[in-house]
Design a protein around this ligand. Sequence first.
Ligand code: GLC
Length: 652
Amino acid sequence: MRSLEKPAARTYDCSHAAPPLTTHVKFGALVTPLLPAPLPWVRCRAIALALVALIAAACSTSSAQRATPFAPLAFDTKARALVGRMTLAEKIGQMTQVDQLFLKDTADIERYALGSILNGGDSDPVAGNSLQAWRAMYEMYQGRAIRTRLHIPLIYGVDAVHGNNNVIGAVVFPHNIGLGATRDSALVRRIAEITAEETRAVGANWAFAPCICVPQDIRWGRSYEGFSEDPALVAMLGAAAVRGLQGANPIDRTHVAATAKHFAGDGGTSLGSGIDKRLDQGDTRVDSATLRRIHIRPYIDAIAAGVATIMPSYNSWNGVKVSGDRHLLTDVLKGELNFNGFLISDYKAVNQVHSDYKTAIGISINAGMDMVMVPEHYQEFIALLTELVQEGRVPMSRIDDAVTRILRVKFAMGLMEPGYDPHADHALEQRFGSAEHRAVARQAVRESAVLLKNERGALPLSRSARRIHVVGRSADDIGIQSGGWTIFWQGKAGNITTGGTTVLSAIRAGAGRGTQVTYSADGSGAAGADVVVVVVGEGPYAEMKGDRLELALDASDRQALANARAANSPVVVVVISGRPLDIAPVLADASAVLAAWLPGTEGGGVADVLFGDYRPTGKLSFTWPRSVDQTVRSAAGRDPLFPFGFGLTYQE
Ligand code: GLC
């Protein structure tokens, strides 16, 4: 196979030492200085915005980039005129998002004039998990919505976070941690375009992506949803994902509204402050300058890219729930950063704002939350918010602002066009899971692989080898190599979707004609092989289920590695994981180590690197710690096993 070259080199300035207060990223992204508060923001903001506008004009090169980003403000007059015709019940309906799993009656979409439906984790069509069933479900709900008095369609959201990953047969791309290792914003944009297309194929017009968290402690279960521990790299790739998902302005029927999430500080919580005294949904205890420099920084680029919606986070900032923090949601996000799309809460996140639900709703809406992912007890939510308005505890001006924001986005997505068609574009089915889309995913797998060690010419594998022995439960498992948020909320080991290629299948397909490829999960049968490829990794997980206090390889992988090592053949280790794992104890046993992260359905990309058809170019977007006590990025004086930016390649 001809050597597959990576596109022309890109430059990316990410000086990883604690970045100066003003962090600049080249490469087409906006050069957006971020200065710490407090400053006379009116003056500074005017300068910053002028600078951003100036640089944006200078940086944009392609015609697509020259297209103005999504600009809902252009529809402000139309939105306000429509708000002027709405009853309070219709306004509050627009602010209500319901998970279709909990719809008591489809007629409730009309009865309450609901503004949005989502399929949260594990919320599948009752008719089963197929493109056709998803599309029929969407069309049924959307058909109800346009029968309401004002015929306002649903903005319909799904967690398409690495492809349209809920639907069997969709292409599943590498999770963001792998895309961070590519440093390839053009590739990330293309992946997002395909994700949008395969999402629209089922009708949904809104993706709860990209996650632009900046994980600072890889023991957090959502680390793999982050592009990097470095805010500038996250900013660059997050903006690329927004542009790919949304396309030009306005958003057409092959693109979707994007969601920058979870604002702010989701990746900076302190161990012990989260669920089960771990990290997820915990408290981010940093000063304002640090919050801005690390966790808010990527939102500046996402907003400049025109992101339609932003999802405030579960976590707290210095003890205050962000989803009820008026300073962050209104003063900073909507004021200083000039975000004019709408804020969608996280799943039941409003409930956490106060022990009394009605009080929690009032605090969050007054803080600036525009739409609430209730998503189950929607009648209660609607009744309580109605009471709050009637009691004067939530001003009508806040309701009108929220609904105006929501409708501006719907206008800018073309949902409000006269004669809006509630059907999905059935022609998109032909490209769903297509070979063309899978080829892009395979390229992403190639570029995301990071070569950590390679001695005695262990890699690339020889195509004249007599026998290659492959080991490990993660070697032949689409579910493990796809990770969480794949078909199931938590993901699941096993053959969970169609059209994928496991690492073992890919090695078999890529090996030389005379090479025998054998396999055992436990490492038995390795004796006599020319080389043993041991695939170790983590089982799938999502959110709080993935919080870990240690990062050791699991016992079955350690045993399989020991069995392989006993065979006295060269050992190549491939790591399939959502974060750097504790491999220091086994590093000496391996002649080569390749980090493949969570590659998704196209395991062929791993084999392309193993056989040298693609020379590895991936660079770590997270520091690889020597031990678990180094997992916190700011850990003083840590001496990592492999530093941020590390990655080897093959000699010419
Ligand atoms: C989850 C996640 C969020 C996701 C939402 C809808 O709890 O925090 O990332 O978009 O709920 O599934």
